[in-house]
Design a protein around this ligand. Structure first.
Ligand code: UDX
Ligand code: UDX
Length: 437
């Protein structure tokens, strides 16, 4: 099939590339001409495991191309996917400017002689956005243009997006016409996964409800972690114990500094906001998340007494492992607060230095490529992202470069027993601390 993806970011580029891998002909469009030039030159503007090789392979066989023009791309495409950002406004509500703009651009490009088109929303949007997109297209396109709107939400996690796309738990297709439903089912025909067919509003709500529920699990275990810290219980054991119950499951019960990223922070409260329906349970989820890293910072301050002029190293800047994305990263919030209290902060990340630099440089954070050099002479090492490089750190080497052997692990990735053996003092989230040897 011929497909167009509008928006070639973390979601659009990965989705388009996986569609090409499934055998479709795909044009990835973006209004950032610099990004399109980069992609056309064979480079990938983001870090996402497995993506680069798949892009190269599919470009080489002519199934994947890039274009700055919506109008030129959609003429030949049976299906047009919208994957532009839906960022938060300053008050936390969702900014739908890009969706509206793209809907208008599609409408202006559509011509009756192009035949029937299916326009699919991939971006996370408040329920009933599909209706607005439909109205907008009807308004700006001529009366004889034939199209349907579909909601086909994406459940990919950055860092393992390719696997999530090619081997999903389920595919949700929300369509209000059988014709549109059948077109999108053909798109996914090469994928072996259950398909849930719904109406458009239900599909939109499924995405929000799924993200809110996952965020709820994280805040829940972080709240339990606080109880553990007061009582000496171990949150890892508690998570394991409750997660063995299939009704609960162990997934998304990792206590830590809380969730970041471009989805959870804004999706959680926006499930019902535009409808004026209070959802106070999710307000509490958000509150727990907002205060989680502040509580962690309080613990660091308690230990060091004053933070001013103390050298603190931070490992991890991305909002999670295996990505260079720092949107809503808790690590950056932590750096900002440490700098605000006068600490001398050095930081590192395997992939996200270039995305974090514009935010951290003005704060005075020193970015250091090598993780051990970053920790040199530090009084405390803070682990803020769950990279496997940090989980597998050479503790002897680390002990040799730090001024004090003190670690605050905000992602519970190190083993207390290993740290005890090397003589580290170790504090993590919801687990008993390893005190100074
Ligand atoms: C996605 C989803 O689409 C969003 O709904 C979700 O909440 C977060 O994840 P993402 O792919 O992560 O967005 O965003 P980004 O990496 O910023 O990519 C979006 C792309 O769209 C950018 O390359 C941007 O240049 C492009 N864009 C934006 C357009 O092509 N046209 C526009 O009008 C606006
Ligand atoms: C999320 C959803 O998982 C995905 O289905 C949706 O399509 C987009 O939003 P993403 O934000 O890319 O994906 O990553 P995810 O793996 O969900 O992690 C989100 C945040 O939660 C990260 O900051 C991560 O560190 C944190 N997290 C995750 C925890 O703190 N504990 C956990 O147990 C899991």
């Amino acid at each position: 099939m011929n497909l167009t993806i509008i928006g070639s970011g973390y979601v659009g580029l990965t989705t388009g590339t996986c569609f090409a891998e499934m055998g479709h002909h795909v044009i990835c469009v973006d209004n950032n001409t610099e990004k399109i030039r980069t992609l056309q030159s064979g480079a990938i503007p983001i870090y996402e495991p497995k993506l680069e090789e798949l892009v190269k392979k599919n470009v080489a066989v002519g199934r994947l191309e890039f274009s700055p023009s919506i109008a030129a791309s959609i003429a030949e495409s049976e299906v047009i996917f919208i994957a532009v950002p839906t960022p938060p406004n300053t008050d936390g509500s969702v900014d739908l400017t890009y969706i509206e703009k793209v809907a208008r651009e599609i409408a202006q490009a559509l011509q009756p002689e192009m035949g029937y088109k299916v326009i699919v929303d991939k971006s996370t949007v408040p329920v009933k956005t599909g209706e607005k997109v439909s109205q907008t297209i009807k308004h700006y396109a001529g009366p004889n243009v034939q199209f349907d709107i579909v909601s086909n939400p994406e459940f990919l996690r950055e860092g393992c997006a390719v696997d999530d796309l090619l081997h999903p738990d389920r595919i949700v297709i929300g369509a209000n016409s059988e014709q549109a439903m059948n077109v999108i089912k053909r798109v996914y025909q090469p994928i072996h996964a259950p398909i849930l067919e719904t109406d458009v509003n239900s599909a939109e709500l499924i995405k929000h409800a799924a993200n809110s529920f996952l965020a709820l699990k994280i805040s829940y275990i972080n709240a339990v972690a606080k109880v553990c810290e007061k009582t000496g219980a171990d949150v890892e054991l508690v998570a394991e114990g409750i997660g063995m119950d299939k009704r609960i499951s162990r997934h998304f019960l990792n206590a830590g500094l809380g969730y970041g990223g471009s989805c959870f922070p804004k999706d959680v409260i926006n499930i019902s906001r535009t409808l004026g329906i209070p959802f106070t349970l999710l307000e509490e989820v958000e509150h727990i998340n907002d205060t989680q890293h502040i509580h962690f910072l309080d613990r660091i301050r308690d230990r060091l007494w004053v933070l001013k002029d103390k050298k603190i190293a931070v490992w991890g800047l991305a909002f999670k492992q295996n990505t260079d994305d720092v949107r809503e990263s808790i690590a950056l919030k932590l750096c900002e607060k440490l700098c605000g209290e006068g600490a001398i902060v050095t930081a590192t990340d395997p992939k996200a230095m270039h995305t974090a630099a514009p935010i951290l440089n003005p704060m005075g954070v020193k970015l250091v490529e090598d993780m051990y050099e970053c920790a040199r002479d530090a009084e405390v090492l803070v682990i803020a992202t769950e990279w496997s490089e940090y989980a597998n750190a050479d503790l002897q080497k680390l002990a040799g470069v730090m001024r004090n052997r003190i670690i605050f692990d905000g992602r519970n990735i190190l083993s207390p027993a290993n740290l005890r053996a090397v003589g580290f003092e170790y504090h993590s989230v919801g687990r008993p601390s390893v005190e100074e040897a």
